[in-house]
Design a protein around this ligand. Structure first.
Ligand code: IYR
Length: 229
């Protein structure tokens, strides 16, 4: 039964600002120009990045739309060299099996143009690893462990915001997905009802870093969108 007390309290839209159409066009173009200069990087420098920059980017991620505003995410942010070494060892162990065949022929063939393999030195070299957990359950303000909703969708959107924020801050990122990745619960001390979705690597690209030519190929608008007007 839904509680008969009505919790709904509307407030005036606090900070919307309408743009003249020409400014709107410029804004859309400027964002596209900025985000198209984001590339997934796999070669990271060990140059340190101040923690407060990561904190601000995480605050941006925390504004993402999500299920029932439960904000079903937790970001474990790792700068500690020992933890990075443990994560690298565990990830490489899983990845060795993945690339040795567990992925299956079709998947491995799809990865060939990326040039990836089981070696993951960036997990120790980059200054920050951000493990993004989806909280399938979480404790509400009144202390009750409750179910969360649309967790994968919420995590996907928040991760998109985070990647865009880090890019805006001038940092390179890698969305790494060791498979399986449940070892991250133990290393990060997260409960079993948290599911790790993505290990986001953030830092400066290493000098001479390369990206796969394959990654430069983006599907044209006519291919990714249909307008019904
Ligand atoms: N988890 C592996 C494999 C991998 C899978 C996909 I799909 C990619 O787009 C890239 C890599 C790894 O991180 O190497």
């Amino acid at each position: 039964m839904v509680d008969s007390v009505n919790d709904y309290v509307p407030v005036a839209l606090p900070d919307y600002r309408e743009l003249p159409v020409e400014r709107m066009r410029q804004g859309a173009q400027a964002f596209y120009d900025e985000i198209r200069a984001r590339h997934t990087v796999r070669d990271f420098s060990s140059r340190p990045v101040p923690r407060d920059i990561i904190e601000t980017c995480l605050r941006a991620a925390g504004t993402a739309p999500n299920g029932a505003n439960h904000q079903p995410w937790h970001f474990s942010v790792i700068g500690d060299a020992n933890m990075k070494a443990r994560i690298r060892a565990a990830a490489e162990e899983e990845e060795a099996e993945f690339y040795a065949g567990r992925a299956g022929e079709e998947w491995l063939k799809a990865l060939q143009p990326l040039g990836t393999d089981a070696s993951k030195p960036f997990l120790e070299e980059a200054p920050w690893l951000i493990v993004i957990f989806g909280e399938r359950k979480s404790v509400s303000a009144d202390g009750v462990l409750r179910k969360n909703y649309y967790v994968p969708e919420s995590i996907g959107i928040a991760t998109g915001f985070l990647i865009a924020a880090l890019h805006r801050a001038g940092l390179a990122t890698l969305t790494h997905t060791p498979n399986p990745m449940s070892f991250l619960n133990e290393i990060c001390g997260r409960p079993a009802h948290d599911k790790p979705y993505i290990l986001l690597v953030a830092g400066y690209p290493k000098e001479g870093a390369t990206i796969p030519a394959h990654a430069m190929r983006k599907r044209p608008l006519s291919d990714i969108a249909t307008f019904h007007t």
